[in-house]
Design a protein around this ligand. Sequence first.
Ligand SMILES: Cc1cc2nc3c(=O)[nH]c(=O)nc-3n(C[C@H](O)[C@H](O)[C@H](O)COP(=O)(O)O)c2cc1C
Length: 194
Amino acid sequence: MIDKNSIYRRRRSIRSYDTDRQIDKEDLALILDAGTYAPSGGNSQTTHRLVITDRQNLDKLEELVQQEFAGMEIEENTYKSLKNSILRSKQGNYVYDYRAPVLVITANRKGYGNAIADSAMMIQNMMLRATELGIGSCYINQLHWLDENPVIRDYLLSLGLKENETVTGGVVFGYAKVWPETELKREGNPVTFI
Ligand SMILES: Cc1cc2nc3c(=O)[nH]c(=O)nc-3n(C[C@H](O)[C@H](O)[C@H](O)COP(=O)(O)O)c2cc1C
């Protein structure tokens, strides 16, 4: 029987955080460990994580992300969420990381075919472990979209990204101001039984 209290059902994308409440080092270590034990294609274990926990770097990155999106143009086929990021950045009110106290950026070797899949497995493992610990999380894809942007790339290189790496994804963690109680219904994700 489906248990609505299962971890995977309780996990929600949290977009409002208690910015001043940092996650304990021990809890952060547990979340990162869950990511370390995620499956990876061919057991390659090549996902590199940049874990940012200090306000100075988080704020700087937030400022750069807004600045770089604001300089981008919207085209006919611009992806819906990217369009929203550009528009809100141009208005000067875009906070892509919801001011969460922890940002984990995932990266992998350029050209590695399973890079995004490995990153996604790792992010989901970390989000589920965070949920178990009562910690909120949200997938953050903007740094992946801006991977080729020279300003963002330079900043990430200064934080430890390697020259031969590409940003594959990201996720924020922190204590939710409010954890959504209502279920977000799933009406897509079709299944065909044979
Ligand atoms: C690949 C991927 C990229 C996503 N990127 C973002 C993002 O950049 N910002 C954001 O707020 N949510 C992002 N999300 C979260 C989705 O919007 C969210 O999972 C979806 O609306 C369902 O809501 P739930 O996570 O609360 O179940 C992303 C999710 C996935 C799987």
